[in-house]
Design a protein around this ligand. Sequence first.
Ligand SMILES: [Zn+2]
Length: 430
Amino acid sequence: MQPQPSRRRISPRRLAALASVSALTFAVSTSAGHGHLSPGASTAGAGPGSLSRTSAHGPCLISSKREVQMSEGIPTAPGYTRSTGTVRALTLMIDFSDAPGEGDALDRYREFFPRTREWFTTSSYGRLDYRPEIPVPDWLRMPKSFRAYGIERGAPFDPGYRELVRDIVAEADPEVDFQSYDLLNVLVTPNAGPAALDTVLSVTFAGNGEAPTADGVPVSNASFVYSRQDDGSGSYDLTGYRVLPHENGHVFGLPDLYTAEGGGAVGHWDIMSEDWGANNDLLAWHKWKLGWLDASQVGCAANRGTREYVLTPLARAGGPKLVFIPLNAHSGYAVELRTRAGNDEAVCRPGVLVYRVDANVDTGMGPITVYDSRRDSGGCTRAPNVHAELSDAPFTPGESFEDRGAGIRVAVTAAGAEEYRVRVTRTSRS
Ligand SMILES: [Zn+2]
């Protein structure tokens, strides 16, 4: 789920109301259970599950101490779709008697593919082989009208979505073996429900073991995309597909990073924060969580003292990508290098991004906060629909981030085209 595509079009109060509704949705949708459409898939969460807490990276494997619906902790809780290797995405286009599909259902599919597949290939350095499949290459007509399902923003799984999923399964079952898929994408005809500029309905039910079953497996991880977020700025044709990789991010266990105030906590540095406007990548923390970075690419700065680290651009495959400085068992600071490359199209000031990750903070409540090296600058981007203030957040050579209370300092000491160097000083152990 996501807030409105344009900051100009929505009042803070409306955003606050919408965000609380989104949290409610996930309370229903992310209860523990079996993960995948496919029973053959591993039920372990995605990501570096093989790392043990006694390894050198142990202090950096933060986790939540209390029950949160979707946590930034590593490893990801079980129940979500595996995020490495070949993942088969059953993709269905549905319509209704009161919202009949206009034109070819495959045109709806082409709004999202092949770009969603390419986005994941690029972001994962080829580690996620995302395969969209369309066994029903036509509109799948639901037996009830759209209105009858009672789908609105923040609608919980029960009863509307349960009924919709049950009907989707019944209608598709003759042509679909649900056991062969890892996740479900439902691309709803854009004329069903309100315009996305008024109300964004797109939503994911992830890790939902209570979902109806199909061919013996629960439809636990399903993303629904409605309408089109076309605000007339000209960006829709280029970037409108990005709502789907955002929704699929939930299927892989990633929380929402936007909050009641909108994208102000993380800005345009992660697709789970802002999925409209220019293309952007995921944070390195999320890439580690998803298993797209090896332990050898992650430095864990848990010990007292001073140490130099090399960082290579996050968008480029190979090399060191992330330094994590744990504060305690639940939170810490992450440090990475962002440049304009790969999925990061809107980067206007390359440099070292520093952010705090807190595994105890739930989805939509601000589990990650980016530190702005230039507060109240207005930012450096003019790209439409990109949170401007944080666009110049990265630190550059000679600049440093400091948390005096925790005795932590991160200084950027050198920058080149191929790599940056950072010096991490901590006066206390985590
Ligand atoms: Zn979301």
